[in-house]
Ligand binder design. Sequence first.
Ligand code: SP5
Ligand code: ZN
Length: 345
Amino acid sequence: MRIFYNDRHAVHHGRHEMFRGALVPCFEVPARADLVLQELRARRFGSIEAPPPIADAVIERVHAPRYLQFLATARDDWIALDPANAERDALPSYWPIRTFRTDVLPASFPARMGLFSFDAGSPITAGTWEAARHGAACAVAGAQRLLAGDRSAFALTRPPGHHAGSDFFGGYCFLNNAAIAAQALRDGGAARVVVLDIDYHHGNGTQAIFYERADVFFASVHGDPHTEYPYYPGYADERGAGTGVGANLNLPLPRGTDFARWREALQEALRAIRGFGADALVVSLGLDTFEGDPISGFRLRGDDYLRVGEDLAAAGLPTLFVFEGGYAVAEVGVNTVNLLQGFTS
Ligand code: SP5
Ligand code: ZN
């Protein structure tokens, strides 16, 4: 399996996120990707390479130009507010809910930041734009391998992507790597593509991007939004809209769910995927379903990921894995490579 590694990921290293009124250290840290890379090397799994650069046009297939413009200049705009901001990360404080105007682009940077985000947990740092762009390049390079006939590929990158929508960031995500890859597969000739999201958190960004489309099926197994982040989307009755009706499947599960029950939901998603008749599969690979995850509530164990990989392989589709969440840093490398090993065994 070819692994496209984002060797620029560590330039995005947020200091703090807002949690219940306090700034706490970021959960989404560079060591996560470092430890996956270390485990891949230790087990001599796959061939690790750098992706070719990505063209803006490929990102623009998924993300709105005014949002990309915002991200590209956010750091400079933040420092222009106050030179002392060079030592701080940017977090939003204002959001335009419901009846507020969102058609006018505010001149104020903090106001623009709220327009393009949905939480205060996703700091924009000095390296966010660079790391995110290189990450999207990894996902697209993997998609190109599938189009060239490879059975599988892995985009090892951070920041993650599945919470980012066409024109918003949040949930530690800025560019939706999985969605950009799915679109690249479509544009490269795959008629029907599936994104299967097995991160603990609902992939609201990916769902939103493809919600009205019949050519990209989105399926997600995740914590019940009644109690779990991102709270507002992710319910089972979200089935798609317009021509996309039926091409969205949410399988929310309660906090505390163990592997046996989680695996039944995975099988249900895989049955739906088989029925859809896809040419390629993109897996949003979050490892925050692990029992030791500090911010999540499922109870998968290390060896369970071998079985997950086997189940995914049984779908029989060219498969691109895109790294998403997983915050039990000490175990994230072993769990990730277990899953990939299960897939290839
Ligand atoms: C990609 C991904 O997995 N994003 C997840 C974003 C979750 N953000 C909300 C985190 C809430 C932190 N809860 C801390 C609990 C400490 N006991
Ligand atoms: Zn997650």
